[in-house]
Design a protein. Structure first.
Length: 332
């Protein structure tokens, strides 16, 4: 089995937050270089996740990834862009912004490496290679029209790149976003299109024959967030005296979230919540761990963060229709 690459605990008096992230990333790379060569089929269970930007994997699926990695499944993460257009929460790194030195994407490679290390994920790839497609920015912004952004990617080229990975890894389970990308970000929508196309075309022997032997994954999932969980978060914020939660009073008024009856799968990975939080800390330019996103971490938020939800889009549901507790099939 691969050897562990332990994240160091930097002395805060000697190193700043950004240096700590890069030091952790370097440790992750060194640890990966020491791994014993294995093939995907050495792992009986194989899970492939397709995400748009660094940090998406941790926010939406980090606990799930940590759980399956700890259970010795092969967890493969495919990230479609470097997240060059992300907002920067670390003031001393503001110069990396796309409107200044435009170095955020390269910096986020290191953050993602450290996050994967925290989650125990050893197999990570950038679709088409690092920087092949650029972050498209939020929907309706001028960045959407750049020819090099993922939103403008040739769908067949991107699909072929992902098909090659699917045929190499041969996952039973593929995870991505729904048709709206969860909340309408163009890169999330494009990731959905590419992942669904690759799920289907990887099994077609006539498609891209030079990219490996055909492979049909068994199950395709979309990430989900039940409205009841969102409502519990709103209610808890109100109880603490907060007056604003995305500007609404009810989860039904939010432009994202899933009706509870649509959610087919609930992964209880609360035992791996520490790994998810560590991975969030690694994404220091994007996530303020002590900020509003974690205001509920001592109560409802912690429960929600350690439980992650999905909709089964392809594959057979449990015979009695119960909510699944395992992405590879099975219900409580």
């Amino acid at each position: 089995m691969p050897q562990d690459a332990t994240l160091p605990a930097p002395d805060p008096s000697d190193v700043g937050a950004e240096e700590a992230v890069l030091a952790a990333a370097e440790t992750a790379v060194e640890g990966a270089a020491q791994e014993v060569a294995m093939t995907p089929l050495d792992h009986p269970r194989r899970l492939l996740l397709v995400h748009a930007h660094p940090d998406d994997e941790t926010i939406g699926t980090g606990a799930t990834m940590a759980k399956y990695a700890a259970e010795h499944a092969l967890v493969t993460l495919v990230t479609c862009t470097l997240g060059e257009e992300g907002e920067i929460l670390v003031p001393t790194l503001g110069h990396l912004g796309s409107d200044q030195q435009d170095g955020l994407g390269q910096h986020r490679i290191g953050e993602l490496a450290a996050a994967c290390e925290a989650l125990g994920v050893r197999d990570h790839r950038f679709l088409g290679g690092p920087g092949r497609w650029r972050d498209s920015g939020m929907m309706g912004t001028p960045q959407n029209d750049r020819p090099d952004v993922f939103w403008q990617a040739d769908l067949d080229e991107a699909t072929r790149a992902l098909v090659a990975i699917v045929r190499e890894v041969r996952p039973q389970v593929v995870v991505t976003y729904d048709e709206n990308g969860g909340y309408g970000h163009p890169d999330h929508i494009q990731a959905h299109r590419v992942a669904v196309a690759a799920f289907d075309r990887a099994a077609d022997p006539g498609y891209a024959p030079g990219t490996g032997e055909p492979w049909q994954a068994s199950r395709l999932y979309y990430t989900a967030f039940p409205k009841s969980v969102l409502q519990a978060g709103i209610d808890h914020l109100k109880a603490t005296g907060a007056t604003n939660f995305f500007g609404v009073e009810s989860a039904e008024d939010l432009p994202f979230g899933n009706p509870d009856d649509e959610v087919t799968t609930e992964i209880d990975a609360r035992d791996h919540l520490d790994a998810k939080v560590a991975a969030m800390r690694a994404h220091a330019t994007q996530i303020a761990v002590d900020g509003p996103f974690f205001a509920l971490s001592d109560n409802v938020g912690q429960k929600a963060m350690g439980r992650e939800y999905y909709v089964l889009a392809r594959g057979d549901r449990h015979p009695d229709g119960a909510r699944e507790t395992d992405l590879f099939g099975g219900a409580a």
